[in-house]
Design a protein around this ligand. Structure first.
Ligand SMILES: [Zn+2]
Length: 68
């Protein structure tokens, strides 16, 4: 179910926000460990974007996160 996967991605982003080296299973394939990168936006000082991708199935997701 699509909503379930979305909520898993959001959960993954939260976990990686607390601890970037935490191992989080890919919500899509359940096998890969997500790699994440935070990217600051020049236009937005409140939010930033967290890029996550799975090295196994190559799915990626970008979530807008609040700073702080
Ligand atoms: Zn995957």
């Amino acid at each position: 179910m699509r909503d379930d996967k979305v909520s898993k991605w959001i959960q993954a982003a939260k976990i990686l926000g607390k601890d970037p080296i935490e191992k989080v299973a890919c919500p899509e394939c359940g096998q890969g460990e997500l790699e994440s990168t935070d990217v600051d936006s020049h236009l937005d000082s409140v939010n930033f974007e967290r890029y996550m991708h799975c090295p196994i199935c190559l799915k990626r997701n970008i979530l807008r996160m609040k700073r702080g």
